[in-house]
Design a protein around this ligand. Structure first.
Ligand code: F6P
Length: 341
């Protein structure tokens, strides 16, 4: 077979591990792999080259993606879509492995449904917000990096009697914030799924101070909703219509200092959460995903995404995977709340 592969959307640690696994498994089946560069842009503009087993040596532990990535949306206009469909017809590709989050896999699902493309999806995103899988790869690494940051902020916060606000990524899901906040023993975690009032946060800081704890660690997801706090989110959007988030941490920090009198500092962890080497967990998960995606391709099973269900890798429909984002359930948030303050 001739198998295309692409990585789309925001990069995350483990992409190279998936590519390596697909290429190695395909070689065992006697198939060739063609890598498209920069996500869907590579198919639209026919930027591709064969990826052979020698090309994937030593990349398991590398962050980023050797195929590079972009947030290109082939459905953004008719002209772009026609270009994509025309190139696809010329390429002689038997199957396409699309590695991405809701946007990249949303395109894959449409191409399967509307144009019968032989696609298989692999769930990638630090945000962990894809439905129909327990975990996406990249999430564990992001949580580890964020937890390490919170641990480090603890010692400096305590030394200076400061409030530390930590803004974490995750878009409209609070998975990174709630996991890293729990693991790091944060005093408050604000996530998009549950609107809080600014007063709840200031009350937490004050009540800690009354108990002699003169520092606080406040974790805020970039998409958190805090009533009573004026935020300065940008109105810039990407090709899929997502607002570019970021900035709520600074808004919160400013108000905390005014409301509580504690000197307050802010850390916006940003793209550090997406960079560098994947954790062992993500390397193994990504490798399993890549291997099973290639197996599905060789069995001729398309329109599916490989997924983690408990400890098993299963196949789920791409349509289900992108139907709606997976958000933090209320019972998990309430569990985290037990440890606030
Ligand atoms: O989806 C992954 C993610 O890192 C989000 O958590 C974040 O909102 C967004 O991508 C940032 O995108 P960009 O890399 O385009 O700044």
């Amino acid at each position: 077979m001739r198998i295309g592969i692409l990585t789309g959307g925001g990069d995350c640690p483990g992409l190279n591990a998936v590519i390596r696994a697909v290429v190695r498994n395909a070689a065992e089946h006697g198939s060739d792999v063609i890598g498209f560069f920069e996500g869907w842009r590579g198919v639209i503009e026919n930027q591709s080259r064969p990826i052979v087993p020698d090309d994937v040596r030593g990349i398991l532990r590398q962050g980023g993606t050797i195929l590079r990535t972009s947030r290109t949306n082939p459905f953004r206009d008719q002209e772009t879509l026609e270009k994509l469909l025309a190139h696809w017809g010329d390429l002689g590709i038997d199957a396409l492995v699309a590695i991405g989050g809701e946007d990249t896999l949303g395109v894959a699902a449409r191409l399967y449904e509307e144009y019968q493309w032989p696609v298989v999806g692999v769930p990638k995103t630090i945000d962990n917000d894809l439905n129909a899988t327990d975990y996406t790869f990249g999430f564990d690494t992001a949580v580890s990096i964020a937890t390490d940051a919170i641990d480090r902020l603890h010692t400096t916060a305590e030394s200076h009697n400061r409030v530390m606000v930590v803004e974490l990524m995750g878009r409209h899901a609070g998975w990174i914030a709630i996991h890293a906040g729990l693991a790091g023993g944060a005093d408050f975690i604000a996530i998009p799924e549950h609107e809080v009032n600014l007063d709840e946060i200031t009350a937490t800081v004050r009540s800690r101070a009354e108990k002699g704890r003169s520092f606080s660690i406040l974790v805020v997801a970039e998409g958190a909703k805090i009533s009573g706090l004026e935020t300065t989110q940008s109105d810039r959007k990407d090709e899929f219509g997502h607002v570019v988030l970021g900035g709520i941490g600074h808004d919160l920090a400013r108000r905390m200092e005014v409301e509580t009198g504690f000197e307050t500092r802010v850390t916006v962890l940003g793209h550090v959460q997406r960079g560098g080497t994947p954790t062992a967990y993500d390397r193994v998960l990504a490798t399993r995903y890549g291997f099973h995606a290639s197996e599905l391709v060789h069995r001729g099973v398309f329109g599916q995404m490989v997924a983690l269900s408990g400890s098993e890798i299963v196949a789920v429909s791409l349509a289900d995977a992108v139907a709606e984002p997976k958000t933090v359930p209320e019972d998990f948030r309430r569990l985290a709340e037990t440890f606030f303050g």
